[in-house]
Design a binder for this molecule. Structure first.
Ligand SMILES: *[C@@H]1O[C@H](CO)[C@@H](O)[C@H](O)[C@H]1NC(C)=O
Length: 283
């Protein structure tokens, strides 16, 4: 008897829009976003997700949004999707504890329908350097398969939280070890398409836990993919100088105003930093 996938519910319920051609290119950026976060989405659309220049885009961003119990918010999402066509609406309830379903749904859609060469998963309070990242992937990245890179956590921060009131609580039943394997923070990690496919394969064998980024780390380990630590993914938004935007690919924790400033710095860095040596490795 064929074993039923533990993801049947999520896969079956998905409402799969047909991808645009630009979603099948070099890089697809999946941005987790809560239904009510229309402002961060708007800011992202006019800052780092806006395509600059006349060239055909090599990349595209898509927001991952689930179902909202609030009818007004749910209708707003439908309108946004009609206007911009950049939202993947899943049929799971959009709650923090369902973030893992959101990301796995996004991966499944990407692997089945889009098949870009690379996938970046990030959040709607993050800045993505869309001026450098696609170029870096084309010109400098040497890890074409099995790529999984981001900002890693120290060993102490990989302890499984057993306190039931915590938003990161995981029971022993759901994950029996005391420590997660090394994994990249959910603020932003990049995967090659084959890595996403192998992670989806592993997901059929591993019970989901609500800590999305740790879960991806568990799946990657199971699939034999080694996570690569890269300082190009910044967990903190300090006052990065313009030339840092030649190097950084993701910055976490930006307000809408800070997104505008970061976009300005990113564009300035194109011409302002010709003296600084280009770093051509992930590190
Ligand atoms: C996650 O979404 C599913 C499907 O909509 C729902 O049945 C479940 O209650 C949600 N879980 C949480 C923890 O919100």
């Amino acid at each position: 008897m064929a074993q039923e996938s533990q993801w049947e519910l999520v896969w079956l319920l998905r409402s799969d829009p047909a991808p645009q051609p630009s979603m099948k290119g070099l890089l697809l950026i999946l941005v987790t976003s809560a239904p009510g976060n229309s402002e961060p989405r708007q800011v992202i659309r006019r800052t780092w997700a806006a395509h600059e220049g006349p060239r055909a885009p090599q990349w595209q961003s898509v927001f991952l949004v689930g179902q909202s119990a609030d009818i007004g918010v749910a209708q707003g999402i439908q309108r946004e999707q009609q206007e911009f066509g950049d939202i993947l609406i899943g049929n799971y309830q959009d709650t923090y504890r369902n973030l893992t379903l959101k990301v796995m749904h996004g991966f499944k859609w990407v692997a089945e329908r889009c098949q870009p060469s690379y996938i970046l998963k990030t959040d709607d309070d993050c800045f993505v350097n869309t001026d450098r990242l696609p170029e870096f992937l084309l010109e400098h990245n040497t890890i074409k398969t099995g790529l999984y890179a981001g900002s890693l956590f120290s060993r102490e921060k990989r302890q499984v939280i057993r306190e039931p009131s915590s938003k990161w609580y995981v029971s022993r039943q759901d994950y029996h070890l005391d420590e997660y394997p090394p994994y990249a923070s959910g603020i932003g990690y990049i995967l090659s398409l084959d890595a996403v496919e192998r992670i989806l394969w592993a997901a059929e064998h591993v019970h989901p836990i609500p800590v999305e980024d740790a879960y991806v780390g568990i799946l990657a380990e199971r699939a034999g993919i080694q996570v690569k630590s890269s300082a190009r993914f910044a967990k903190h938004n300090v006052r990065w100088r313009v030339c840092n935007y030649r190097y950084l690919m993701v910055i976490h924790h930006l307000s809408p105003q800070e997104q505008e400033v970061a976009k300005g710095s990113m564009l300035q860095a194109r011409s302002a930093c010709h003296d600084s040596l280009e770093v051509t490795r992930w590190k």
